[in-house]
Design a protein around this ligand. Structure first.
Ligand code: AMP
Length: 439
């Protein structure tokens, strides 16, 4: 496969592949915004049009405009899109339609027809919820399978028969080894957030799972980034895929405004306390590098009377789900998370994301700020940058292709960023914004 498109790679017409050979992905041109098709124009059936209307969507997002017609046609797809772009509906809607329309092979209630693999439990639950939301009136049975909870209830559900399994790779393999589920009749395989699955070391599990599903199937692969490992995965598992992609949501034009606050490490908590006093900081997701860091921030905020809870790997699945639920319901104002919550977290109405620590992987920055400004919403994403994190911020700026505006708070700014990307001076008001780049 040729170098993946995007990231400034030149678009070129792929050579015609020989029969049976993995073909380089074709690229479809971005559809101009002027002639926006509606969901009906994409070929969705009335039951799904009702479902999207019930969900409050007025028009398809760019990834949906591109992916839905192709997926309905049975094509293999590589979707270069991150969370927040509407990609889940982009694959869920056509899959539901194909499952309803193509009832090939009789009505054996035990055959699983679609498998969706996700890197995290949170994303697994989110995708399952989407299936339920969009497939409400269809009678399709969908079950989520993830670790950290009892095996038995999942075993019962799988053995009773389901149409769609949404799973994290490790727990799914356990069930496959126990013969609780077989995929002999699988029609559609989805690898969601493939880059993240590989980052998390799931390559061996993916190989084993895919070796147990039929070769003739439709495969959809979604990934926010396209490193060589993901390309190799696509080459191995997909047949003549078409690449669809949408622009990054990190750009100010997409609704998220983002900024960096220069602040010494030992004063980050104070700055956080200051920011939380500002209007509109209603539902704030904070990322810390470590579990201890998350707990420390929660203790500090609780001491100030701010409702906050931590979500990280030391918390049980039940605690994590409760934390998420309370946050969604607005019972707690601040959720402090380590990277486990980075993707797959669909919380409508997050007002702000704060990177208390600069993300170690530049790509993670994009995913994190994708938590806010989801679909039609807008939001702010702030990053606290200590002097030893300047280089990491620069790497992020290289990846997203634009400088991140600096906000200098007098008394906090350590003053060492002048000449970094823009000149920052202490401003007369308590919090002043000086933006670079587009708004
Ligand atoms: P996703 O990228 O799949 O995680 O979706 C991000 C968010 O966008 C979710 O909260 C969806 O409910 C929402 N969404 C998906 N499609 C649309 C649409 N066409 N219009 C408005 N919101 C949407």
């Amino acid at each position: 496969m040729k170098k993946a498109p995007g990231r400034g790679a030149p678009r070129r017409k792929p050579a015609a592949p020989k029969e049976g050979e993995a073909s380089p992905p074709a690229i479809i041109a971005a559809i101009p915004d002027a002639a926006l098709p509606s969901f009906a124009d994409l070929g969705l059936i009335p039951a799904l049009l009702d479902a999207v209307r019930d969900a409050g969507y007025t028009s398809p997002t760019p990834i949906q405009r591109q992916a839905i017609p192709l997926a309905l046609n049975g094509r293999d797809l590589i979707g270069l899109a991150q969370t927040g772009t509407g990609k889940t509906a982009g694959f869920t809607l056509p899959i539901i339609q194909r499952l309803l329309e193509g009832n090939h092979g009789g009505s054996d209630s035990h055959r699983v027809r679609t498998l969706i693999l996700t890197p995290t439990r949170e994303l697994c639950v989110q995708v399952e919820e989407s299936f339920r939301k969009y497939g409400r009136h269809t009678g399709l049975r969908v079950t989520p399978i993830f670790g950290g909870v009892g095996v038995e209830p999942q075993t019962k559900l799988l053995r009773a028969g389901v149409d769609v399994v949404v799973a994290t790779p490790g727990r799914l393999l356990d069930h496959m080894e126990r013969q609780n589920v077989v995929f002999d009749d699988l029609e559609v395989l989805v690898l969601d957030e493939a880059d993240r699955m590989l980052d998390m070391g799931f390559a061996p599990q993916l190989n084993r799972i895919v070796s147990e599903v039929p070769r003739f199937r439709q495969t959809l692969l979604f990934s926010a980034t396209m490193p060589p490992e993901v390309e190799a995965l696509a080459r191995k598992y997909l047949r003549k895929p078409i690449v669809v992609q949408v622009g990054r949501r990190s750009s100010a034009a997409t609704g998220v405004t983002h900024a960096v606050y220069p602040v010494p490490r030992d004063r980050k908590t104070e700055l956080l306390a200051e920011l939380l006093k500002k209007d509109g900081m209603d539902s704030v997701l904070i990322f810390t590098r470590t579990k201890h860091g998350a707990d420390r921030v929660v203790r500090h905020l609780s001491g100030m009377g701010v409702t906050a809870t931590a979500m990280h790997a030391d918390k049980s699945q039940v605690e994590r789900m409760r934390a998420l639920e309370d946050f969604k319901l607005g019972k707690i104002r601040v959720l402090v998370a380590t990277d486990i919550a980075q993707r797959g977290l669909d919380v409508s109405g997050i007002s702000h994301v704060i990177n208390y620590d600069v993300p170690q992987q530049p790509e993670d920055y994009v995913h994190r700020i994708g938590r806010t400004g989801r679909a039609a919403a807008t939001g702010d994403a702030f990053t606290f940058m200590a002097p030893d994190e300047i280089a990491m911020v620069r790497s992020i700026e290289r990846i997203i292709g634009e400088p991140i505006p600096r906000i200098s708070v007098p008394g906090y700014d350590f003053g060492s960023v002048a000449g970094d990307l823009e000149e920052v001076r202490a401003a007369p008001v308590s919090v002043s914004r000086r933006r670079t780049g587009r708004r």
